[in-house]
Design a protein around this ligand. Sequence first.
Ligand SMILES: Nc1nc2c(ncn2[C@@H]2O[C@H](COP(=O)(O)OP(=O)(O)OP(=O)(O)O)[C@@H](O)[C@H]2O)c(=O)[nH]1
Length: 585
Amino acid sequence: QFSLEVQNAVTAFCLLYCHMRSAVGWTRAVCFKPKKQVSVLYQNIHIVEPRLIQPYEHVIKNFIREIKLQSTEMETLAIAVKRAQDKAAVQLSELEEEMEQRIQAAEHKAKKEEKRKAEEALNELRRQYDTEVGDLQVTIKKLKMLEEQSRNVNHRQDVVELKKRIHDMLLENQKLKKDLIEAQTNIAFLQSELDSLKTEYADQTLNTERDLEIIREYTEDRDNLERQIEILQSANRKLHDSNDGLRSALENSFSKYNRSLRLANTSPGSTISRSSPKFNGGQSPLNSRYDRSSPSCVDEDYDSLALCDPMQRINCEVDSLPESCFDSGLSTLRDSNEYDSEVEYRQQRIFPRSQCMQESFGGDASDTDVPEIRDEDAYSPDNSNAVLDWKTSRPVSRSSSVVSTRRYISALTPQVTKKAYKIVLAGDAAVGKSSFLMRLCKNEFRGNTSATLGVDFQMKRLIVDGEPTVLQLWDTAGQERFRSIAKSYFRRADGVLLLYDVTCEKSFLNVREWVDMIEDATHENIPIMMVGNKADLRQTVTEQGQKCVSVNYGEKLAMTYNALFCETSAKDGSNVVEAALHLAR
Ligand SMILES: Nc1nc2c(ncn2[C@@H]2O[C@H](COP(=O)(O)OP(=O)(O)OP(=O)(O)O)[C@@H](O)[C@H]2O)c(=O)[nH]1
């Protein structure tokens, strides 16, 4: 009986279990056979150990009670779930209902809006229609009026006349159009002619300006040359006045020279050769040193000067009289800034050569001194450029000696050089330009140099940054009266070596004047190398308590003018080549 009760409980449990499974949604079949197992277990216990039946039944009872409790709970849960489901269903239906209501409201609103818009569009259309109808009615009215008018004006004659008038007017219109086109064409022609005339006029103006510029340059050159001639002539006159003895001696030597020259020129196409009387003693006149004690030196000097010194050439041209040849116009007159008067200056600078002259002829030695401008480099045959490159601004007719010498030199093949620069040496008198040039070209220094008259010329070949370069160096005279000549040389210069004397403040102060002059003369900015010369004297002069121009001042001034700067000494040769190289670079 008890086992039956247990069996029923197990059966109930199984049913509950199945019910729960289905409620939870388990689909997988589970092999669970408790009923059979319980009965088998009961029978086994009953057979094997009947003592255990009671505790077994007790366990089963508890188990059944527990199951019942679980079952009740499950049922309660199931009811709750059901309730929740019902509630959710109610809420869902409520929501659905609400949604439906909202949709309906939205639909209603949209419909209302659409209707309103449609009504508005309809009203607009109606308005347009009314307006158009009104316009049409007006047009119809007008047409009717026109119809009526046309009906009234429908006279044939009037129409013909009108047509004729229209035709006439059309013809006139065409004619006017034709005239207009013709006039426009004429205007275009005239315009093009005017343009070409304008271009021609502009060209002519340009040419005229150019011509004027050239004329102006020529005039300037001519003025300069005239001034040079005047200076030389005045020097000439001084020489004439001061040295009669010298004149007669030179005349003698010149007549000798003329004779020899005539002999030399008798053969056609003659050139000056080393066997020429001028080259006596196997020494080229170009290389010979100046020796004032011998009268024949004047001839040699004259040739050399005629070749290289523009002043001398001009002098030759102007004064083709024999006197002009020995009256070279060269003088040592010098108005240094350091000296108040020429006489004073002359007294200060006495040269051996002039001493020799004084001794021989008792004249004013400084007035008859000749600048030493001969240079082996410049006048040796392989340096023909020195002569060939020299150009005066107007053609020079030469005396026979000069012509023959020039022919000889012109026959030489000029050396081809890559770069050539015209460098002008400028600065106050006695600042050491000639000495600088001599140091640069000959690596020599002579304590007593003569003042430059007009312009001296030298050539210097340098290798600048690996490139062979020729410097045509024009040494201008520093004296005030030669300023205009110096100025004319700046115009064609590629660069300027502007010297001042570090022991002479005035020469430094005058640098500004020189720079202004250079800038005036040149159209474009040419490079300037500011050179403080005689640096070797600074210490001695300072020790004597005299003032010197410091390096700082020189540098500052150079910086002001954007110029290069260095200090040199022509005496010991320091920085001389470097200055030239730097400028050439
Ligand atoms: N101690 C020293 N004396 C110099 C130096 N350079 C030139 N002199 C001397 O200064 C004097 C004038 O030198 P020049 O070379 O004739 O001067 P310059 O500038 O050519 O003069 P002008 O031809 O009149 O313009 C000469 O007595 C030279 O010996 C130098 O570097 N050191």
